[in-house]
Design a protein around this ligand. Structure first.
Ligand code: SF4
Length: 739
């Protein structure tokens, strides 16, 4: 409205009547502020919360001239999607608490990017003022996020500008670090790696596709080691099993396939906590498009609210439950009867520190038998890119089986702890915080193995390293992320990295040069020429196409007054609510990095149009899947409880904990139990219990739920407990007693 008035409105208001007054600027949550005097009662926020998010926290209250937008008494706007209401509010009545009064839109520099958190890969704009990232907003891509993001993606950006970012390479001198130049650091690393026989390389799932290719090439061609892996919290997830069925360790379904599916089976984590916009897509598929949803989980998850069938099972027994859906005579009969084509089977690693093999085998067998499409959901923004580029002990780049099998993350850490590795090179991973066996990670890093860490921050893992290299963050780089559909989307750089921080691919190329191999990479395009030449699945991908919108606009649209059958707007050009806006389209490049955008989101979305990205083709399936995996559930042990642990949206992860808007709103750790188990231990809701395992114990508040008997859920990384301290080996069991 501000933009429209500025462009087309009269210089002064003709409204002379008294205006409605309200108490100013109510904080209706930790993230959203409401100014009711600006509100025009358009209902957009109410309709979004009700129809899209399903979180009815905000409503029209009172009647007649007293009608106002408000949350319910004593109930904050406690939604994971609340920030979307800020973006669709046409008058700025709902504003972002962290961004409020930070900048006028015309003072911002903006660039399109992609969220760096989860594997949905929501496109975003990054907005900076005075070289500081001050806001991120959703960009529309109807193939991926519709027009939405979750609040973690929207408000979790402050870590980029944190004063704690690493700025220079550091070399260990005794118990301390000394600052060094890149040349000194690379020489020190090359001197140790040159003669290394057994080198392990571990990467984070938050790195880009280009980083993944560089890490894979450095490991397999320069360091000549097959021991490379990017699975950390998902260390027990055998993505490579999907190769025999769909030709790729990844999805054959797209997110849009969910909306044309007749039936969807979900076997995985709670998507509202881990893949929030996928939760919105599933909700839309069921409630708007009529899909039947079958959910298989050991505990109640967000999808149960609108699922057609919720199958509850013990942790690990999902395999048996999925196998039960395979034949027409199987159980539960109602769920089997509801399976129809098109059928999408979705799986993601649900719990850290357990072997997902039998579950994924059962999922693949079902997909094979019912000729269903697969949606494979690895956890992070860069996880799929790592699989595509061969950062995996059993895969080479281009979804090819590895020429030489290597060790996975767990085996590498065990080898390091046993002094059987010469060096560990760690890219962006805080193993002590994130690997589902903290004691093993610590033993490995304290074993004296020569360790190099490239990181954003001085994490606990980095403080154990011999050389620490500073890494550039996502808003500082030209790059791509590959999402869970295997869709590549482009990030444009907006900021300069702090100090001497570099992109991990550039660090790899520099290290390769120090070791005698010059890759000749100077620019992002150089990396892509190399990817196209060496990765068969990506040989036809033109990265310049990733900048492009779906369709070139019809010339008549440029006037903004297209009409008549010949001038009907191409639907792909319509982007978001602003798609109906009659003026404002500007021809030319959909985005020019760094350009000022003194426009509202609607106009900007319309102007920018959508950048759909490109899905890398999968190689043809080698037919190696016989559909007959012998999935044998583990026998239940008698003592203790099966530990089932997954992430909540706001946790103590490195990026979230350095983002000031989110830092304070993460829940403290808790233990969730079945009421019968709790009663046997004399525990009730809200009491304190001691949870112990692997020589570690923590006192936690008890919550009762319908989790299967014999199992407890503990969130993976919350204030008060990093659950990986309770874990050792696979499929950890814990003891619980009254505090
Ligand atoms: S759903 Fe995932 S990709 Fe999208 S904004 Fe949230 S964390 Fe980022």
């Amino acid at each position: 409205l501000q933009d429209q008035t500025f462009r087309h409105g009269p210089g002064s208001s003709r409204y002379v009547e008294p205006k409605r007054t309200f108490e100013k600027a109510l904080e209706i949550s930790d993230l959203v502020v409401l100014d009711r005097e600006r509100c025009v009662l358009c209902w957009r926020c109410v309709r979004f919360s009700d129809e899209v998010a399903g979180d009815r926290f905000i409503q029209l209250v009172d009647r007649g001239p007293g009608t106002q937008i408000l949350t319910f008494k004593d109930e904050p706007f406690d939604s994971y999607f609340s920030g979307n209401t800020i973006q669709i509010c046409p008058v700025g009545a709902l504003t972002s608490k962290p961004y409020r009064f930070v900048s006028r839109p015309w003072d911002l520099m903006s660039a399109p990017s992609v969220c760096a958190y989860c594997s949905v890969g929501c496109p975003m704009t990054n907005d900076a003022r005075s070289d500081k990232l001050v806001r991120t907003q959703a960009l529309p891509n109807e193939n991926v996020n519709d027009f939405w993001t979750c609040d973690k993606g929207r408000f979790g950006y402050h870590y980029v500008g944190s004063e704690e970012r690493l700025r220079t390479p550091l070399l260990r001198k005794g118990d301390n670090f000394e600052q060094a130049s890149w040349g000194q650091a690379l020489d020190a690393i090359a001197a140790r790696l040159r003669d290394g026989k057994r080198i392990g390389v571990i990467a984070s799932g938050h790195l880009t596709t280009e980083d993944a290719w560089a890490i894979s090439k450095l490991s397999k061609s320069v360091l000549e080691t097959p021991h490379v892996d990017a699975r950390i919290q998902d260390a027990g997830a055998p993505y490579e099993l999907a190769l025999g069925l769909s030709g790729a360790a990844g999805s054959s379904a797209t997110l849009n396939d969910l909306e044309s599916a007749r039936t969807i089976l979900w076997v995985g984590p709670d998507p509202k906590e881990t893949l929030p916009v996928l939760y919105l897509r599933l909700r839309k598929a069921v409630l708007d498009k009529g899909a039947k949803l079958i959910v298989c989980s050991p505990r109640r998850i967000s999808l149960d609210v609108f699922a057609t069938h919720a199958i509850r099972c013990e942790p690990g027994a999902e395999a048996r439950a999925v196998a039960g859906l395979m034949r027409a005579t199987a159980q539960p009969a109602e769920a089997v009867n509801d399976i129809g084509d098109p059928f999408v089977v979705a799986w993601g690693p649900a719990a850290a520190g357990r072997d997902e093999t039998p579950i994924l085998q059962a999922v693949l067998a079902l997909a094979h038998e019912r000729e269903a499409k697969l949606l494979i959901c690895p956890p992070h923004a860069g996880s799929q890119g790592m699989l595509d580029m061969g950062c995996h002990p059993l895969l080479d780049a281009g979804q090819a089986p590895a020429a030489e099998k290597g060790m996975g993350t767990r085996e590498m850490l065990e080898a390091a702890a046993a002094s059987e590795l010469d060096a560990l090179v760690i890219f962006g991973a805080d193993l002590i915080s994130d690997f589902p066996d903290a004691a093993l990670a610590k033993r490995a890093l304290e074993s004296g193995v020569f360790t190099v860490v490239i990181e954003l921050f001085a994490t606990e893992t980095a403080t154990h390293a011999d050389v620490v290299l500073p890494s550039a963050a996502y808003a500082e780089r030209e790059a791509t992320f590959t999402n869970l559909e295997r869709r590549l989307q482009k990030l444009e750089p907006l900021l300069a990295p702090p100090g001497a921080a570099l992109e991990p691919w550039r660090a790899c190329a520099s290290l390769a040069r120090s070791l005698g191999e010059d890759w000749g990479w100077i620019t992002f395009e150089d990396v892509w020429s190399d990817i196209r030449a060496n990765v068969p699945t990506h040989s036809a991908i033109e990265v310049s196409h990733l900048n492009q919108a779906s369709l070139a606009p019809h010339p008549a649209q440029e006037s903004g007054y297209a009409s008549g059958p010949d001038h009907a707007p191409a639907h792909a050009v319509v982007a978001g609510p602003g798609g109906q806006y009659p003026k404002g389209f500007r021809s030319g490049s959909p985005f020019q990095t760094g350009q000022n955008w003194p426009l509202s989101w609607e106009l900007r979305a319309f102007e920018a149009r959508q950048r759909p990205g490109i899905i890398a083709p999968a190689p043809p399936s080698n037919g190696g899947f016989d559909g007959d995996h012998p999935f044998t559930p583990r026998p239940a042990e008698a003592v203790g409880f099966a530990l089932y642990s997954g992430r909540l949206l706001y946790d103590e992860g490195t990026m979230v904990s350095k983002s000031k808007a989110l830092r304070g709103i993460a829940r403290p750790a808790f233990v969730e139990m079945n009421p019968e188990d709790a009663a046997e231990l004399g525990l009730s809701e809200g009491e304190r219990a001691i949870v112990s395992g692997s020589g570690f114990e923590a006192e936690l508040e008890v919550f009762l739920s319908d989790i299967s008997k014999g199992a407890v859920f503990v969130p993976y990384d919350q204030k008060g407990l990093k659950a990986n301290r309770l874990m050792s080996g696979l499929d950890t069991r814990v003891e619980v007693r009254k505090a």
